[in-house]
Design a protein. Structure first.
Length: 201
């Protein structure tokens, strides 16, 4: 996602006044950037910060748009999942399926690519969506009970943000290796998340 903002300070060198900054910047980056602007040491903080300082890019006349970060986790919510009967039939999205539940609501940006999993992805139809919809309406008798059919939908989509900033064209089928790479990134972030604990009132 992109948002508009501006930075006003007497510390900004004249060569950078009125210029555009297009590097990846997360909201967590403001804190360490402002700490560096105020010449405050981060060594006294109890934990390592999630954000990264962009101070040199903003306030140094010698440094021109040094890459500070290459990835941002926009969303990672294990409480928001697509219903269990929804399934993405494409084999390449299931490589990390046994480790990471792609039904969860997730969005991650790495370089020019953005990967989305979960409910938002289901809005994009599969290539053979009509045939799969017919299959979803069928029921099967297995053993002594009826087996409810799966609802086949995309649970993973991929966008090229540089060439498609409005996210209008899913390119996951054409870039399966990128999908696998970004799913592995999401899994790494997920394993670092705190466990959810619910306490009775």
């Amino acid at each position: 996602m992109r948002t508009l903002s501006f930075l006003h300070s007497s510390l900004i060198p004249e060569s950078k006044i009125g210029t555009r900054y297009s590097n990846l910047f997360d909201i967590t980056d403001w804190f360490p950037t402002l700490l560096d602007a105020g010449k405050c040491s981060q060594k006294t903080l109890p934990n390592e910060l999630d954000g990264k300082s962009h101070f040199d890019n903003f306030f140094s006349s010698r440094i021109q748009n040094l890459q500070i970060r290459n990835e941002i986790v926009h969303h990672l919510d294990p409480l928001k999942k697509v219903e269990a009967e929804v399934e993405d039939p494409r084999p390449f999205v299931k490589i990390y399926g046994f480790k990471y539940d792609i039904r969860m609501k997730t969005a991650i940006r790495v370089g020019k690519y953005k990967l989305i999993t979960g409910a938002e992805a289901t809005k994009t139809p599969l290539k053979n969506q009509k045939e799969l919809d017919l299959l979803s309406k069928s029921s099967f008798f297995v053993g002594n009970s009826w087996l409810n059919p799966k609802k086949y939908r995309k649970l993973v989509v991929l966008y090229d943000i540089e060439n498609d900033p409005r996210e209008t064209k899913d390119i996951s089928d054409e870039n399966q290796d990128v999908v696998i790479q970004l799913l592995s990134k999401v899994f790494q972030y997920f394993t670092k998340c705190c466990n959810l604990n619910f306490f009775s009132l």
